[in-house]
Design a protein around this ligand. Sequence first.
Ligand SMILES: CCCCCCCCCCCCCC(=O)SCCNC(=O)CCNC(=O)[C@H](O)C(C)(C)COP(=O)(O)OP(=O)(O)OC[C@H]1O[C@@H](n2cnc3c(N)ncnc32)[C@H](O)[C@@H]1OP(=O)(O)O
Length: 191
Amino acid sequence: MTAEASLRQHDAVVTRLRHFLDALASAAPDEQSGERLRHDLARWTEDLRRYAVPESRRYYGRSPTLASAGQATTPWYVVDEATPPERLAGRASFGTFFLGGRGAAHGGTIPLLFDELFGWLANSEGMPPSRTAYLTTNYRAVVGIGRPLTFTAWTDRVEGRKRFLRAELRDGDTVCAEADALFVTLRPGQP
Ligand SMILES: CCCCCCCCCCCCCC(=O)SCCNC(=O)CCNC(=O)[C@H](O)C(C)(C)COP(=O)(O)OP(=O)(O)OC[C@H]1O[C@@H](n2cnc3c(N)ncnc32)[C@H](O)[C@@H]1OP(=O)(O)O
């Protein structure tokens, strides 16, 4: 299979997995269905273990051209405009898997999305690797499950190894959450 076909296949599997996680989070299956599901998941887990590859060869969370960089464990997002390391803009939506309560996204999943966006801004091609030193989120309005959202993330300023980043998540004209973060460029030998 070509690399492009593998990437497409990975994208299709992750989309399926995302739907599965949303369905799982919404369901209370009966005993028989629950047992069948457990059995099927165990079989697939064993099957996949045979195909384990080193981190550098994985698609999961490492494929910037795919929705959510090819992972199902962050809220769904796509980047529509990218001028890294300056700015990213795009669309996002939190599925039922990310429910906190009363129809609103879990508070911990919103910084997860921001960290992801900042990670891509601060580690874009040609840049030395960097890690989050801090990330502050202000929750301005609830993020509704299934709502179509938009985001913008941008570099505010750079001071030596320090890159200060900001982001906004909106539902229409409403700012739901804002974040600011510091990413520090790693020194040689830092993990
Ligand atoms: C990594 C590559 C990934 C590639 C995949 C891409 C996709 C990514 C997708 C998702 C990826 C998501 C990404 C993730 O989730 S990364 C995972 C989450 N982050 C971590 O695990 C980081 C853990 N911490 C560290 O490793 C170190 O503490 C770092 C490297 C951050 C700094 O330790 P280091 O020993 O190197 O630096 P330093 O102490 O000399 O400080 C240097 C300067 O920084 C200033 N400072 C430091 N900390 C803070 C602070 N908290 N508040 C304010 N300021 C702070 C400090 O005062 C100093 O300033 P100045 O005195 O020079 O002015």
